[in-house]
Ligand binder design. Structure first.
Ligand SMILES: [Zn+2]
Length: 111
């Protein structure tokens, strides 16, 4: 008996299991090909989601960087808060993008 990942929910299950105890997906009526196809589709959806988040992260970074470097900030408290906010946005975008890159690599390796 080996432990494999459920093609539907990716949780570890026995390769002898007839259905997934986590998500209830039934493997009995499905050929190995069906299951593989579904797994590929799930992977595709996952990667698409990560890629969309990467785009969003880049957008945050660009907007944040724009205001950080181009913003005409004065010395008032409000301006300082805005400036720090822009800087924070840049940092979040940068880190988030990095995290998504790692997730994408991990998702690719899983297959
Ligand atoms: Zn499952």
């Amino acid at each position: 008996m080996a432990i494999v990942n459920c093609p539907s929910c990716s949780k570890p299950i026995s390769d002898k299991a007839r259905e997934c105890p986590h998500c209830g997906m039934n493997f009995e009526n499905q050929s190995a090909e069906d299951i593989q196809r579904k797994a590929n589709y799930e992977l595709y959806k996952k990667r698409l989601k990560i890629q969309n988040q990467s785009m969003l992260a880049i957008l945050l970074f660009v907007i944040g960087a724009y205001f950080t470097f181009m913003g005409d900030f004065g010395t008032s408290v409000t301006d300082r808060i805005l400036q720090n906010g822009a800087l924070l946005l840049t940092a979040i975008g940068f880190v988030w993008y990095g995290v998504n890159r790692v997730r994408l690599v991990l998702a690719k390796r899983k297959k």
